[in-house]
Write a protein that binds this ligand. Sequence first.
Ligand code: HEM
Length: 416
Amino acid sequence: MNARGRGFSRRRFVTGALTAGAAVGAGAIGGCSADAPPNSAAPSAPRFVPFDGTTQVGITLVPPPARALMAAFSLQVADRAGLGTLFGELTSEIRGLMSGRPPEVRDDAYPPVDSGLLGETPPPDDLSVVVSVGASLFDDRFGLADRLPPELVTMPFLANDRLDPERSHGDLLLSFEAGHSDTLQFALRQLMRRTRGEMVLKWMTEGYTRGAGTGNAGGTPRNLLGFKDGTANPDARDGELMDRYVWVGADDGHPEWAVGGSYQAVRIIRMFVEFWDRTQLAEQEALFGRYKLSGAPLGMEQEYDDPRFDDDPDGQRISLDAHIRRANPRTPESDESRMLRRGFSYSRGFDRAGRLDQGLAFISYQRSLQKAFLAVQARLKGERLEEYVLPEGGGFFFALPGVPEPGRFLGDALVA
Ligand code: HEM
């Protein structure tokens, strides 16, 4: 962790995130340096995360809270007006949840307005909810075909996939993060309760990240293969970087409503952890191109050191096949394929063969699916990691732009 990261309070970050949003389409603004460690903001007391902003705040919140949940839904809405009403309801409920609005108390002859999971008044717990839409929302139901973000498609089968239709795609995706699981369950149930006539749950995945805020001395969370995951992320506090790699901008040839949104790639990737645990450490490290404990690139000292591929053109130190080298060869051409990864680990018990059912809910946000996620995925095709993992679900979504001012709602410009 560097000095900049150590002194960074959450309040300052949130301000930064909102300012970053304000910069969308307006060009670059100053911020933290591009090489500041991305997950190293010092933990501070849990708080309510401000909802309003030109981008959805949960996408860039640093450090990521410890718990996460994704829930995908099919919509049962008759027409575009109904869709607008639904987006309005979702916005109102999310705004209330994120700000800790106390539930209405009513006569005990009625069911209570909330589940009571969090007691009388929900405590601050860094809760954020991000709303995204899938390509299916733009079919003929709502007359939105001409408003489709041009790169949004139903996620195809990619290298090594065994996509389970019951854990894939959806009209709408809610991505929750908070400090504790009960906060996630509370928020999910409040949102489902309010929209139960219009939203049918299709699949969900819950998990955790052990971030800087939860006592992991190393700062960057580790995935279930034991490696630090997120090291080379662009710094989510840097508005200029987020404009460059994450937010759709005004000059990107997208429908106007989509400016300030972001393409979200979700991959539910199972890991064969028993097999992994029998693999030599040297092979594990060679496969990623980083040391397991420190997270430093092979041959380097510190986690955030540059892997210096230019010094190693034949892959003597870091194999040409290593995950980090394929994912980001650090050439001028590969710069535009950078993305913001914000995944979490999941554990779902075990399968019928007695193997642990664990993995990574990979999530990345990017300005262009083609230039970022799909370009990286194409470079990773055939990598050695494929032997240890199996993508089983997920989908491509588009995270809606934020709500810049009270009185507006998520997706209002899409359905207008
Ligand atoms: C279970 C599957 C995966 C695991 C366990 C995994 C793990 C890792 C690890 C340990 C790192 C190095 C530390 C870091 O910079 O975060 C890394 C880097 C990275 N991964 Fe993955 N990853 C997986 C899948 C993917 C997928 C599907 C993509 C995108 C298609 C991807 C894209 C990247 C990128 C862009 C980097 C940063 C490379 C750099 O700039 O140095 N990863 N991953």
